[in-house]
Design a protein. Structure first.
Length: 475
């Protein structure tokens, strides 16, 4: 049992002022694996006071000291590799191979990238008759979702620490244990007391208290649009800066020079990775009309090569949804797809055969989809994909852009001019051509209703800085 009923405030593990706890459930077994405290407004206030008290000295540390701190964190994180893999696999249901290769690694890479970038980051600049100085923003409130338990918080923590800001953070209450480990890593790495404070609990209580706390200068949030809107309203009360990393409905545009098998494998692997619970994954595939039927046949033939099942099994590609609620939401969308008249290529409602226990969905693809229907327009956050055909590249681009989201996009094919044209025309924050690897030094974030602001690398650090202009600064 992972029982972590203390918050980390001012460098110490302290009891919550509340007495309630929240169960942590393994979605593959539906069993309780631990519990955390359901924190209170008072806990948040204590944490904010600690972060505020730590700010004057931490914000004045040298760049070299903070580079060293980020390197220490990366080293300590690596020492806990087995623990991270075990915990993320258990609390999220993320398959162990994916947990190791993606979940664990992404969480680590943000600290490494921030250390590397910080080394050459310029906090001051002279321009005409100005001296520009970038100051740490102050106390930041960080709120994160459950789909990448270390990645989402690591990118925020790495940028905050690089900037010299202090933080109060609240991870998702479905996957909080990885954040407890990460806080232990911070402690071991020598993060000064009060600089990083963890308050566990419900979004409606702890999250709400963070976004409305008058002594928090900046809230960096990753999660759903619905909560993002509420948080912005709270933050508006005292003109608090917000950065929002929200949902997506990303397109995959397949060019006509792509092998059908490559198109089918791209589609299946994108929608089935992390059980479709990736904000930036491709969930709308655009196929040249002439390729459609062969593509459908290829998906039917290949889908079983992506096994769904026990996250502890190294060969599993897709685990369960994170929770019963999320499973029900996905089932509901599949029913809406059927009701809208779309045609099922693979998958459908219910659990895959032999997986009665655990919140498992079937990898599902619909074709002949009405582009205005809910399954075509709304984020499902499960392994459900919609397939569309196109006749010209311009038509594909127009359809790809015809959603309220703009987080990411994918282009698959060979012709360099067409690849570049599609990549440049999709209105989204990150476009991946073929199977290019992520770049932790490049910005990540959304256009349109996918968010405000950027994370990762120097763009992420800039979010935690306030530029100040001094006119007439003596040389
Ligand atoms: P969510 O329901 O919005 O929750 C996100 C976080 O906000 C959780 O910690 C949650 O706490 C907290 N929260 C809930 N209500 C709150 C409130 N009233 N005030 C302040 N905080 C509150 O999202 P989710 O279901 O965890 O995550 C899925 C969503 O995240 C999807 O839409 C996905 O696309 C998006 N996402 C975006 C990115 C990106 O980088 N753009 C990355 C990953 C995920 P509880 O856990 O206690 O509810």
């Amino acid at each position: 049992m992972y029982n972590y009923t203390k918050h980390f405030i001012n460098g110490e593990w302290v009891e919550s002022t509340g007495s309630e706890t929240i169960d942590v459930i393994n979605p593959a077994t539906e069993e309780k694996i631990g519990e955390i405290s359901s924190g209170t407004e008072e806990d948040v206030d204590r944490a904010v006071k600690a972060a505020r008290a730590a700010f004057p000295s931490f914000s004045q540390t040298s760049k070299e000291e903070r580079v060293q701190l980020l390197e220490n964190i990366a080293n300590e994180y690596e020492k806990r590799k087995d623990d991270f893999i075990k915990i993320i696999t258990a609390e999220l249901g993320s398959p162990v191979t994916f947990t190791e290769e993606v979940q664990y690694t992404m969480g680590l890479n943000h600290f490494k990238a921030a250390a590397k970038i910080l080394r050459d980051f310029e906090f001051t600049e002279r321009r005409e008759n100005s001296y520009i100085q970038k100051d740490a923003i102050g106390v930041a409130g960080l709120i994160t979702p459950w789909n990448f338990p270390t990645n989402q918080i690591s990118t925020k923590l790495a940028s905050a620490l690089a900037s010299g800001s202090t933080v109060v953070f609240k991870p998702a209450s479905k996957t909080p244990i990885a954040s407890v480990l990460l806080t232990e890593v911070m402690e071991k790495a020598g993060v000064p007391k009060g600089v990083v404070n963890l308050v566990n609990g419900k979004g409606s209580e702890v999250g709400d208290a963070i976004s409305s706390h008058p002594d928090i200068d900046f809230v960096s949030f990753t999660g759903s649009g619905a909560v993002g809107k509420k948080l912005m309203q709270n933050a508006a009360e005292d003109i608090k800066k917000v950065a929002l990393e929200l949902g997506g409905k990303s397109p995959i545009v397949v060019l006509d020079d792509t092998e059908v098998e490559t198109a089918a494998r791209t589609a299946i692997s994108k929608v089935a990775s992390n059980t479709g619970q990736i904000c930036s994954t491709g969930t709308r595939i655009f196929i040249p009309k002439a390729m459609h039927d062969d593509f459908v046949e290829a998906v039917k033939k290949l889908v079983d090569e992506y096994p769904i099942g026990d996250p502890q099994d190294k060969n599993t590609f897709t685990g369960p949804q994170v929770s019963k609620d999320q499973w029900e939401k996905v089932q509901d969308y599949i029913q809406q797809g059927i009701d809208s008249g779309a045609e099922l290529i693979v998958g459908g409602k219910g659990k895959p055969e032999g997986l009665d226990k655990g919140y498992y969905s079937r990898i599902t693809m619909f074709t002949n989809v009405d582009h205005n229907s809910k399954i075509a327009q709304e984020e499902i956050f499960g392994p459900v994909m919609t397939v569309f055909t196109y006749e010209t590249i311009d038509e594909a681009i127009e359809l790809a852009n015809d959603v309220i989201y703009g987080l990411a996009g994918f282009v698959v094919g060979k012709d360099p001019d067409k690849l570049a044209k599609v990549a440049k025309s999709i209105r989204a924050g990150r476009i991946t051509i073929n199977d290019s690897a992520p770049d932790f030094t490049a910005p990540f974030g959304g256009f349109k209703q996918s968010g405000i602001g950027r994370e990762w690398g120097d763009y992420g650090i800039e979010e935690f800085l306030e530029p100040k202009t001094i006119l007439g600064m003596p040389k």
